[in-house]
Design a protein around this ligand. Structure first.
Ligand code: S3P
Length: 446
């Protein structure tokens, strides 16, 4: 049953260190892609470790609305019977993608090259996010788009009857836009080519290959050129979803900040294009060990051993942003407790996430008593070597990562930090509360 009333929560400094071993929910990016490619493949795809958060549930519902069969056999264990490329059915109703930009943009790619009519919409946060970034490249395959206010959801899509292959150079690094173009290219003849100025997460490329598509990747300076051969026969494939490094980031930073903590996070995805936070925290002096590195389902995975300790401020270069784009709010929380200033550079893309995360992160830290500045696209956090005072209550603005970052901050500050509504956390991290409490965190209603 959906919960219709706000759920305020408050975090306070625990009386004992955090400790224990835990897994985290499955990777959100990989979960969306597994359901989508499963629906486009011929045969039955089995998925293990699927994230059972709100965002992924929207993708599962959308794939069902497009004619795929999707079953949940056990927690995290799902099956998809695909319809084959070009075989999706016209949906009878609006596809409601909830809070998920990834679901909306990737699906726009699939729908653009299927000859049918569809409408995408979402919650107030998603309806405020720009869609032009996918409409522009996808229109070149022959799809027609009509969007509210020019580039906002609801977005009506008339998919191309005989889609043309695409060739597109991304103006900014965006795995969502790259993936939308590649997914559209699946139902077009010939080669679809995407160039990205900086390498962004490559889960689509990896999974397309895993399902039998031909994908060539060339290095272009710091970026890449990806070439997909269109109209492959995608074959159903089993997918194992690793623990989401973007979710692991929250208990990880909590363990760094609460004195004498020691935790282990098991089975965390360590794709190098997602690992910017670990690298950055280590530069700040964090003790994070990677144990048992292994490959599972084509992705790098390992166990993280985290020990608390002092952090120092550093300068984080803009080119690192794509590898940690979702981690800036929690990194800023770590920086607020570090000794000296940290400059996080090149955060323009944060303004168009689930909320304006640049503003929301600055507001959170200021409310807790930390000195911060936003200079152009940079966030400057002035740490004093001790956690800020806390004693704040912040609005989460339908943004799960702001909600979790605020609660982790409250575990370090002398006075509690509260949030107005925790429900958005379910989009990416169901049972965040249970997991954090299991490690010893004090987070209570109020
Ligand atoms: C994602 C890409 C990123 C990220 C989002 C997930 C993906 O967005 O912020 O949470 O799964 O492709 P952008 O492509 O807009 O940077």
């Amino acid at each position: 049953m959906p919960n219709h009333s706000p759920t305020p929560l408050q975090a306070s400094r625990p009386t004992a260190p955090l400790g224990g071993r835990s897994t985290v929910p499955g990777d959100k990016s990989i979960s969306h892609r597994a359901l989508m490619l499963g629906a486009l493949a011929v045969g039955e795809t089995r998925i293990g470790g699927l994230l059972e958060g709100e965002d992924v549930a929207r993708t599962a519902a959308a794939m069902r609305a497009l004619g795929a069969e999707v079953w949940r056999d056990a927690p995290g264990a799902w099956r998809v019977a695909g319809r084959g490329i070009g075989g999706l059915l016209e949906p009878e109703d609006v596809l409601d993608m909830g809070n998920s930009g990834t679901a909306a943009r990737l699906l726009a790619g699939i729908l653009a090259s299927h000859p049918m009519f569809s409408v995408l919409s979402g919650d107030a946060s998603l309806r405020a996010r720009p869609m032009r970034r996918v409409m522009t490249p996808l229109a070149a395959c022959g799809a027609r788009f009509t969007a509210r206010a020019g580039d906002r959801l609801p977005l009506a899509i008339e998919g191309a009857r005989d889609a043309l292959p695409l060739a597109y150079r991304l103006p900014v690094a965006s795995a969502q836009v790259k993936s939308a173009v590649l997914l559209a290219g699946l139902n077009a003849p010939g080669l679809t080519i995407v160039e990205e100025p900086e390498a962004s997460r490559d889960h689509s490329e990896n999974m397309l290959r895993h399902f039998g598509a031909e994908v060539r990747v060339e290095t272009l300076g710091r970026g890449r050129r990806i070439t997909l051969t269109g109209q492959p026969e995608l074959r159903a494939a089993d997918v194992t979803v690793p623990g989401d490094p973007s979710s692991a980031a929250f208990p990880l930073v909590a363990a760094l900040l609460v004195a004498d903590s020691a935790i282990d996070l098991i089975g965390i995805g360590l794709n190098p294009l997602r690992a910017g936070l670990f690298e950055t925290l280590r530069e700040m002096g964090a003790e994070i060990e990677i144990l048992h590195p292994r490959i599972e389902g084509g992705e790098s995975v390992g166990d993280l051993q985290v020990r608390s300790g002092p952090l120092r401020g550093i300068d984080v270069p803009p080119e690192r942003a794509p590898s940690m784009i979702d981690e800036y709010p929690i990194l800023a929380v770590a920086a607020a407790c570090a000794e000296g200033s940290t400059r996080l550079r090149g955060l323009g893309e944060l303004r168009v996430k689930e909320s304006d995360r640049l503003a929301a992160t600055a507001t959170l830290l200021k409310a807790a008593g930390c000195a911060v500045e936003v200079i152009d696209d940079d966030l400057l956090v002035h740490g004093t070597g001790r956690p800020p005072a806390g004693g704040a209550r912040v609005a989460t603005r339908l943004d799960h990562r702001i909600a979790m970052a605020a609660l982790v901050l409250g575990l370090a500050t002398s006075a509690p930090v509260g949030i107005d509504d925790a429900r958005c956390i379910d989009t990416s991290f169901p049972d965040f509360l249970g997991l954090m409490r299991g490690l010893g965190a004090s987070i209570a209603p109020g």
